[in-house]
Design a binder for this molecule. Structure first.
Ligand code: ASP
Length: 438
């Protein structure tokens, strides 16, 4: 069985941690494709290598500050490099130092060097070949280009064992381009897809997915399986599991993902499958999560059902101001749009409401701020009797006012709008009703 295994920053933050990951890799001969992040925080007060690199880039014209920051990067890699006596860490670091300080290296190039150095080192430690992601991960127009990636990857010998840096590839001009932060998860999927692996293991420092964020619900129960669809909804609604775009390379070629804890490899973890096999009543709910800081715009117009092209007129104003709509609901004579606060970069929320009023012929526009959206995600929720009843009973019990509710057509998502300040209480209350007491 061919396995792609990706290890996150915390799993690779120190010599001991890397040695632990190497034991995991060597325990199964199928683990031939290893994708690595840059070293993460070795303790609470330390900084991630990628954060230090970012600061180096920002301070590249301030020699003293730059050297101070680079010294921290050097210290981490020097500590790790003791794993492989013959590794030329001084030379490697010197090259990176020069590339950042004295050349026109762009920000993405600088950020990518943590993964690059870590992969080289770990390849030497494992006795695997180093395969630079820039040889096959391709971007076009700022986005991952899977067609170009698959084409570039045809030149790679598929039988060898490789360590591959996560997080970056090349753009159409041949420059290094990174994904957004946490993007090594996407590289893991790309590698699994390119090599047609049977399994993609994603090793982190937690025991897989919990129903709720343990910072909100202490001791929240773990989840043994979720579907691709559920994972996508979870990431979109604020559960920080994997990078939100992790599944992109796998949509037309699903490969199971297994989330595992490198500090407790005996734990079961969570499987992410195209289709779940465990769907008993106890396992229906995969996640209860939520995100604060949405605005809600409600538009009323009599006889809306007779107005051809009305929705288009409204949404074109959003488009003009670069405002991405997160969710919509519609009624007979109203439309309702949920937008994250961070979307109002070209215009303020209040000014946008005014603009909508002048641009579209409506009866009434209402704007609401400080909305938290809570999401209950699970298998075939619209086909289960009594879930909404349980949700509303629990919210009533906790004296929470529901501003809006929406069951998505994906059938695995119920979205509830409440006040920002009540979101965490809602999550706790629904965990009690749907998980603990069910
Ligand atoms: N090192 C990068 C970050 O800290 C990418 C990754 O670890 O996935 O975001």
């Amino acid at each position: 069985m061919l396995i792609t295994c990706k290890f996150g920053g915390t799993s690779l933050a120190t010599r001991e941690n890397i040695a632990r990951c190497a034991q995991i890799i060597k325990a199964d001969a199928g683990r031939r494709l290893v994708v690595v992040s840059a070293p993460g925080k070795k303790d609470k007060n330390a900084e991630k290598i990628t954060d230090l690199l970012l600061k180096c880039y920002q301070n590249r014209f301030d020699s003293a500050a730059f050297d101070g920051l680079f010294a921290k990067i050097k210290a981490t890699f020097t500590e790790i490099s003791a794993l492989v006596e013959s590794f030329p860490i001084e030379e490697e670091l010197e090259t990176v130092y020069r590339q950042i300080k004295f050349s026109e290296a762009n920000e993405d190039f600088v950020l990518s060097r943590g993964e690059y150095l870590n992969a080289k080192l770990i390849a030497a430690y494992l006795g695997y070949e180093f395969l630079d992601a820039s040889r096959f991960v391709r971007f076009s127009g700022g986005e991952l280009d899977m067609t170009a990636t698959l084409k570039a990857a045809t030149a790679i010998e598929k039988e060898k064992s490789y360590v591959i840096p996560g997080f970056y590839g090349l753009d159409e001009k041949g420059h290094i381009k990174t994904f957004s932060r946490g993007g090594s998860d996407i590289t893991g999927s790309i590698v699994a897809r390119v090599f047609e692996a049977d399994l993609y293991e994603n090793w982190t420092d937690v025991d897989g997915i919990r129903v709720c964020d343990p910072k909100v619900v202490k001791g929240s129960r773990g989840v043994s399986q979720v579907s691709f669809r559920e994972l996508r909804e979870m990431s979109y609604m604020g559960a920080s599991v994997l990078h939100a775009e992790t599944l992109l390379p796998l949509y037309d070629h699903p490969i199971p993902i297994h989330l595992k804890n490198s500090f407790a490899p005996e734990e079961k973890g969570t499987e992410i499958l195209k289709k779940r096999t465990e769907v008993s009543d106890k396992q229906v709910i995969a996640c209860i999560t939520g995100k604060n800081d949405y605005t809600c715009i409600q538009i009323s117009k009599a006889m809306l059902d007779k107005q051809l092209g009305f929705v288009k007129k409204v949404t074109s104003v959003f488009e003009e101001y670069g405002i991405n709509i997160s969710h919509t609901h519609s009624g007979l004579d109203n439309l309702c749009f949920f937008v994250e606060n961070s979307e109002y970069t070209k215009i303020s929320f209040k000014a946008f409401l005014k603009e909508l009023k002048t641009r579209v012929d409506v009866d009434k526009i209402l704007g609401d701020e400080e909305i938290g959206l809570l999401a209950v995600i699970g298998h075939n929720l619209s086909g289960k009797v009594g879930i909404l009843a349980k949700i509303f009973a629990a919210l009533k019990e906790s004296n929470i006012n529901v501003k809006t509710v929406y069951q998505s057509i994906s059938e695995c998502n119920i979205i509830i709008g409440v006040e920002n300040s009540q979101l965490k209480d809602c999550i706790r209350s629904l965990y009690g009703a749907l998980i603990e007491n069910s």
